[in-house]
Design a protein around this ligand. Structure first.
Ligand code: SER
Length: 601
């Protein structure tokens, strides 16, 4: 079974169980300052898991593109990836543990669906701790379905607790499903979850009962929910009896593109094979980030920085394979070809993907050349050292000033019969990181806000600002992005020129006037067509479900100030927002302006 068939079957199965298929969302989360990327299928659904009604109903299913970089060093082993696809089904206050586990079991084992033999499966459940008791209920359901006691592992919070996706949000105990890939256990304690490599996690049922708040406390959710996530790549791996995710059909064409560029055949040398895998993974991730409608580009902050690291790491591993010229964009083309069926945005953004990859690859090659030249300049002095040790401080200077990676300094040093004082380098690096963390902390200070009162106010202010900008600047103004923290909001919109001081004051006055009028904010669910016909604004490039929520700010559905398709939540009356101030108006990128604004009580 290939990835496409698995995706289709999953959706079909859950539709047959009364779930509505919803659209997966952007890789770059909206209005969530606590994370850089969408890390799980539940991520775009946080507000619904916290209690908002979803227009598509209480049972949902989708596939979602995700990025996780926490395990970037493990990429290239059998199962780790930075980009992956997640299949998920949700219950918003509908079925709970029993229903979720029974459906998971049926999909995994029924010959009509995946047909995995029960004896290949094992599960983990939450062991319990001071705060939450052991999950006997889940264990009992698994046993009733035929999973023997010795294939159920009771694990602590580190293993069997999921979430929140960022620092705050919905979370709870989970039950994970594993596939046994070995012949014999590694020892008497070899159970699902064992790190020996014989157990591969493929699916996770999370029982969302709590909301983790910014102060670290947990509040019980009024409505219990289920969030599940199945990794497509891992599941395809086990269904086809492959040794690693990179050996599946998902990576076949991408791998061949890397092999062509490197003139190397995969399967010969384990060290080189790992580099092939890393290039495959990182180019695929970069292609998806660049192909996202939210258009990120490589930079030194946030998501752009992660993108830059992925591209540069791919170039470095390409060099290890002997690739010297520009090689990434032809590999990216293969990724686009392969995935634009389920992700049409890739094809739409192909030109941008290629341009940005080429640009960054060239820039990095220049960095490498410059670093090499600097190293050569240092060489005569270095060679004078009888111990043949290059100081870590000097290596750090190459890194800090020219962006020259330490691994490459080490390679060059070895070629000259020298070593680098790595300890000293690591120390300098750590100090530097601590410094940037302290500086960066400012960016995330407000990030600990939950989807609480303040964020809700800013959501509503975003709609007011959007509309006011269109009134003052014209209908070409469209929202390009937004980001909310506890202290301020940021709003990106299309507009070709800096705003004049007078325009800024007018926009601010309009927003404050609507706040003063204390207009009601109301919500209706309708089809996207009906929403557009009613005059609602919808975000360009964003995917919507068939049924959408429309928020109206105004006296009545016809006599209104603003109407927008939006997931919410919003305040009930504009009067609660406080005083709105535009603090800054600046350029964001070509043709896009950025406003920072704040609400004061
Ligand atoms: N959110 C859970 C996970 O990522 C289930 O989807 O594992």
């Amino acid at each position: 079974m290939n990835a496409h068939e698995l995706r289709t079957k999953y959706i079909e199965f859950f539709k047959s169980k009364g779930h509505a298929q919803i659209q997966g969302k952007s890789l770059l989360p909206d209005n969530d300052p606590t994370v850089l990327f969408t890390t799980a299928g539940m991520h775009p659904l946080v507000t619904y898991l916290l209690g908002e009604e979803h227009p598509a109903g209480k049972r949902l299913v989708d596939y979602q593109k995700c990025i996780r970089t926490g395990d970037i060093d493990a990429v290239g082993d059998a199962s780790h990836l930075t980009f992956f696809e997640m299949l998920g089904n949700w219950s918003l206050g509908d079925y709970f543990k029993d229903g979720a586990i029974r459906m998971s079991f049926e999909f995994l084992t029924s010959p009509q669906w995946l047909g995995i033999p029960v004896e290949k499966l094992g599960v983990t459940v939450f062991r319990g701790d001071g705060a939450v008791p052991r999950d006997e209920e889940s264990a009992a359901v698994w046993k009733a379905l035929g999973i023997p006691e010795n294939r159920i592992a009771y694990l602590p919070r580190e293993d069997n607790w999921w979430g929140p996706a960022g620092t705050t949000g919905p979370c709870g105990p989970d039950s994970e499903m594993f596939y046994y890939t070995g012949d014999a256990p590694c020892g008497p304690d070899c159970k699902p979850g064992c790190s020996c490599g014989r157990w591969l996690e493929i699916w996770n049922d999370v029982f969302m009962q709590y909301n983790k708040k910014a102060d670290g406390s947990y509040e019980t959710l009024a409505r219990k929910c289920v969030d599940t996530g199945m990794g497509i790549e891992r599941t395809v791996t086990i269904l086809n009896g492959k040794a690693s995710v990179y050996d599946t059909e998902i990576f076949a064409a991408i791998r061949e593109a890397v092999e062509r560029a490197a003139a190397y055949t995969y399967g010969g040398d384990p060290v080189k094979d790992r580099s092939v895998r890393i290039v495959c993974d990182h180019v695929r991730s970069s292609t998806f980030i660049l192909g996202d409608p939210k258009a990120v580009s490589p930079s030194n902050v946030g998501a752009g920085y992660v993108l830059r690291r992925l591209i540069r790491r791919a170039v470095r591993h390409g060099r290890k394979l002997g690739i010297t010229g520009d090689a990434l964009s032809p590999i990216a083309q293969v990724v686009v070809e392969q995935f634009s069926g389920p992700y049409p945005e890739l094809k739409e953004n192909l030109k941008y993907i290629i341009e940005e990859l080429d640009k960054e690859e060239q820039k990095f090659r220049e960095t490498l050349e410059k670093g090499e030249r600097e190293f050569e300049k240092l060489l005569p002095n270095l060679l004078k050292d009888p111990r043949k040790i290059m100081s870590g401080r000097l290596a750090f200077k190459l890194y800090d000033t020219y962006g020259f990676p330490i691994e490459l300094t080490e390679e060059l040093a070895v070629e000259q019969g020298m070593t680098v004082n790595r300890k000293e380098f690591d120390e300098a690096f750590r100090k530097h990181q601590e410094l940037s963390r302290t500086q960066g902390a400012g960016t995330f200070k407000g990030g600990l806000v939950d989807h609480g009162e303040i964020a809700t106010k800013y959501h509503t202010a975003t709609h007011l600002l959007h509309k006011a900008l269109r009134m003052v600047l014209g209908d070409h103004v469209a929202q390009k992005g937004s980001n909310i923290t506890a202290e301020r909001m940021r709003f990106d919109f299309s507009h070709g020129a800096p705003m004049t001081a007078e325009e800024i004051v007018r926009v601010q006055d309009i927003v404050n006037d609507i706040i003063a009028q204390d207009l009601p904010v109301t919500m209706e669910v309708m089809s996207l067509e009906a929403a557009k016909a009613a005059g609602a604004m919808a975000l360009f490039g964003e995917k919507y479900e068939n049924q959408v929520k429309v928020y109206t700010i105004g006296k009545s559905p016809r006599d209104f100030f603003s109407k927008e398709v939006c997931g919410g939540p919003h305040v009930e009356h504009t009067g609660t927002l406080g005083k709105f101030t535009i603090q800054k108006e600046q350029s964001s990128s070509a043709g896009v302006r950025r406003i920072r604004a704040a609400l004061e009580p």
